[in-house]
Write a protein that binds this ligand. Structure first.
Ligand code: C2E
Ligand code: CA
Ligand code: CA
Ligand code: CA
Length: 278
């Protein structure tokens, strides 16, 4: 038994070593990626399904690593851990503001660009200043920028979140709660935050047909948004059936593959010109 224990110990240290090494390699690769401009941004349209108008876009970060696109689900956690998320986030924010200023205001109807913000970014002392600089250097008005913060992140550190959200709101920047319905928000708390939008998580959009209780969750979120005078949008809409259901229940704004995948800036420009002609 003793020797088996020792073997197990060796096994674990070797495995840990490999994991740590992989992490270190990815961190190193991310550092190079930032320098070599392998980190870029795509934009997914947000649509008002009752009028077929473009009402916003979400910036989604991408990493082209040796010709292959790495999913943010893979590298964002690593960047969170290493702190590189601050630099990546700053890059996404500046890019999104600059692109939005060029494409979404001007000849097209002004629609906000949304940027995802992690807890580490939100609570970083430089965050509000970064927002201010990104707006100032691009010339994008505050109301044309939105940040998406996940519900779970807000609930993790309510007091810190409330304070920084107040400062963000003071810049005119819109605030959306992402993946709404998956965390455990205190409703009283929600009403006290300077929030503009609730974003219904894809989970409920997917599962409402198979699990009727999820239908109740969707309609409850839509009602809640109406009562709190918040906007509501559903993410991950993939079918006409889902879109019809959401619209019938009072959720007009939607985002998902049914309308469009995330697009390059030129493709977004074409898309926007088709939907919102002058
Ligand atoms: P999210 O904020 O919930 O973003 C929605 C994800 O769902 C995106 O994946 C999007 O491409 C995908 N999606 C959109 N519509 C559909 C659909 O109809 N069907 C399906 N199956 N998927 C759809 P993506 O781009 O891989 O991003 C994954 C997550 O990574 C995001 O989830 C967000 O949490 C995070 N992320 C992305 N960009 C950034 C960023 O710049 N900063 C931070 N901190 N996180 C980011
Ligand atoms: Ca999001
Ligand atoms: Ca989301
Ligand atoms: Ca989600």
């Amino acid at each position: 038994a003793k020797s088996a224990g020792r073997n197990r110990f060796h096994y674990f240290t070797r495995e840990l070593g490999v994991a740590a090494q992989q992490r270190l390699q990815q961190e190193q690769a991310l550092k190079t990626a930032l320098l070599n401009q392998e980190i870029y941004v795509e934009y997914q349209p947000k649509i008002d399904f009752s009028s077929d108008q473009l009402v916003g876009v979400e910036a989604l970060v991408r990493w082209r690593r040796q010709g292959q696109v790495v999913s943010p689900a893979q590298f964002i956690p690593v960047a969170e851990e290493s702190g590189q998320i601050i630099e990546i986030g700053r890059h996404v924010l500046r890019t999104a503001c600059r692109d939005a200023r060029r494409v979404l205001v001007g000849p097209l109807h002004a629609v906000p660009v949304a940027v995802n913000v992690s807890i580490r970014q939100l609570t970083d002392p430089s965050f509000v200043g970064d927002l201010q600089s990104a707006l100032a250097e691009s010339g994008l008005p505050g109301h044309a920028l939105e940040i998406e913060v996940t519900e779970s992140v807000l609930m993790q550190n309510m007091e810190a979140a409330a304070e920084v959200l107040g400062k963000i709101k003071a810049l005119g920047v819109r605030i959306a709660i992402d993946d709404f319905g998956t965390g455990y928000s205190s409703l009283a708390y929600l009403a006290s935050l300077p929030v503009d939008v609730l974003k219904i998580d894809k989970f409920f959009v997917d599962a409402y047909a198979t699990h009727p209780k999820n239908m109740a969750v969707i309609t409850a979120i839509i009602d809640l948004a109406q009562h709190l005078q918040l906007e509501v949008i559903a993410e991950g809409v993939e079918t006409r059936t889902q879109a019809d259901f959401l619209l019938a229940h009072g959720c007009r704004c939607m985002q998902g593959y049914y309308f469009s995948r995330p697009l390059s800036l030129p493709a977004l420009q074409d898309y926007a010109e088709r939907l919102n002609p002058e």
